[in-house]
Design a protein around this ligand. Structure first.
Ligand code: MN3
Length: 201
């Protein structure tokens, strides 16, 4: 068994003009596929080989197996990123997640400001996440391959803030890329699904 490299959940030009086909073809077709290929090479004929991707991330983390962890977490984080975006996204959540956003950040604009601040502040390669904690919602950033998947919090959505995610489209203007994500691409249906799934468990 090996970890599957999944297709994007939309066409590679579907997020234009906010994220270009060139960016997605490099980011998904080269970077993400490279992590999956390296992971599969590393886990061949090991105990990891029988596990789901989520279980490989957790096991490699607890074993301190850095090489496997980095490629597994990057494989999982990127698949989660593709689902965090959708053509004609943006807008606002509804239902219980909307209420939790108001409680945590005042309102949707408070959320957008806090997310933007965190995503701008992440130095170098990494990710900014909206997570559900035992106390409510939080925005957290992680460096390199690190992922809230291995902690107690439930990831609801993420943005990759490494330059390869936006440089072709925005050069060094990370703020413009964050704005496009929040206002045009963010898949609130996916975040609500993750929020509700955790409520039910
Ligand atoms: Mn990336």
């Amino acid at each position: 068994m090996s970890v599957q490299f999944a297709d994007l959940p939309y066409a590679s030009d579907a997020l234009e003009p906010h994220v270009s086909e060139d960016t997605l073809e490099f980011h998904h077709g080269k970077h993400h596929s490279g992590y999956v290929a390296k992971l599969n090479a590393a886990i061949a004929d090991t105990d990891y080989d029988q596990l789901s991707l989520e279980a490989i991330v957790a096991a490699a983390h607890s074993n301190g197996d850095t090489g496997v962890f980095n490629n597994a977490a990057q494989s999982w984080n990127h698949a989660f990123l593709w689902q965090s975006m959708t053509p004609d996204g943006g807008g606002e959540p509804t239902g219980e997640l909307a209420a939790a956003i108001d409680t945590g950040f005042g309102d949707i604009d408070g959320f957008r400001s806090a997310f933007t601040k965190a995503a701008l502040a992440q130095f170098g390669s990494g990710w900014t996440w909206l997570v559900k904690t035992a106390e409510g919602l939080e925005i957290v950033s992680t460096g390199n391959a690190d992922t809230p998947l291995v902690g107690p919090d439930v990831p609801l959505l993420t943005l990759d803030v490494w330059e390869h995610a936006y440089y072709l489209d925005y050069q060094n203007q990370r703020g413009a890329y964050i704005d496009a994500f929040l206002n045009e691409l963010l898949n609130w249906e996916f975040a609500m699904h993750n929020f509700d799934k955790d409520q039910d468990s």
